[in-house]
Design a protein around this ligand. Structure first.
Ligand code: FPP
Length: 259
């Protein structure tokens, strides 16, 4: 009996929540988000930079869930670039620790991701990542492998140029071995060999914190992406900001080079 009451209460809450989800005439299939401004958020408050990353990780979870509720099928969050290793060791260690803790919250996250049918994936160079984190990443991917409502990519140790270079090497090796001919190499083959192979290119890329650049994020994949910028720092990025980006996206006239 108690479980029936609990189930009805949960269903009620779910329906209530669904009513809060806005409708859009057109939605991007894939959104890429550059989580920028954590350091400045912390500095403004006289806090160490890592506090900004802790807050940024909370925003990542909140916005990821909200985007999934809205019906976005593919999400890619830029968490750590191949260039971010240049930061002070304490900051790099703190970011890795936040990431570790997120992956260790297995039960909570699994439940939440299972309910929403979220499959977690990681894109980026695995070499160079701490071994324990690698194992956690692989286990997380395995656990959520068959979920298919939403694919949530976290870009860690990711660099767009590095990704393209890896892809070129892989294709060149095949050509040298005679498995493919040089003339067979086309855009489709390159797309498929990237970390995002099989996932549609991002329709919309969001960058907060008042910076107007791509910073080596989804370099190949963003050829025809729409961009949306805001001065809001990532830890302060709200559901309303995502809605504003999506409202703007509704108005964009995408021509992909046509007329
Ligand atoms: C860029 O802001 C942010 C990063 C390099 C780290 C982002 C990492 C997280 C949000 C944590 C990720 C955790 C999970 C679980 C995915 P910045 O430090 O460059 O900000 P600034 O430009 O204001 O200095």
């Amino acid at each position: 009996m108690r479980s029936v009451v609990r189930r009805s209460a949960l269903l009620f809450l779910k329906l209530m929540k669904r009513n809060d989800i806005p409708e859009f005439s057109v939605l991007p299939k894939h959104i890429g988000i550059i989580m920028d401004g954590n350091g400045r958020w912390a500095k403004k408050r006289g806090l160490p930079r890592y506090e900004g990353h802790i807050e940024g990780a909370k925003t990542f979870r909140r916005i990821g869930e909200f985007a999934a509720d809205i019906g976005i099928k593919y999400l890619t969050f830029y968490a750590f670039s191949t260039e971010n290793w240049k930061r002070p060791k304490e900051e790099v260690d703190a970011i890795m620790q936040i990431f570790r803790e997120y992956l260790l919250e297995a039960d909570d996250r699994k439940k939440e991701n299972e309910e929403k049918g979220i499959s977690l994936r990681f894109i980026g160079e695995r070499k160079g990542m701490p071994a324990d984190l690698l194992e956690l990443m692989e286990n997380t991917e395995k656990q959520s492998r068959d979920k298919s409502n939403v694919i949530l990519n976290i870009a860690v140790n990711y660099g767009g140029r590095h990704e393209i270079t890896q892809s070129v090497k892989e294709i060149a090796r095949k050509a040298v071995k005679g498995e493919i001919s040089v003339d067979e190499i086309d855009e489709d083959m390159i797309s498929k060999s990237l970390y995002t192979g099989g996932i549609p290119d991002p329709d919309l890329i969001i960058r907060p914190s008042g910076e107007y650049r791509i910073s080596n994020f989804l370099t190949w994949q963003s050829a025809y992406s729409e961009f949306w910028f805001t001065d809001v720092l990532w830890p302060d990025f709200s559901e309303e900001d995502l809605i504003a980006a999506l409202r703007e996206f509704e108005k964009r006239n995408r021509r992909f080079g046509g007329v």
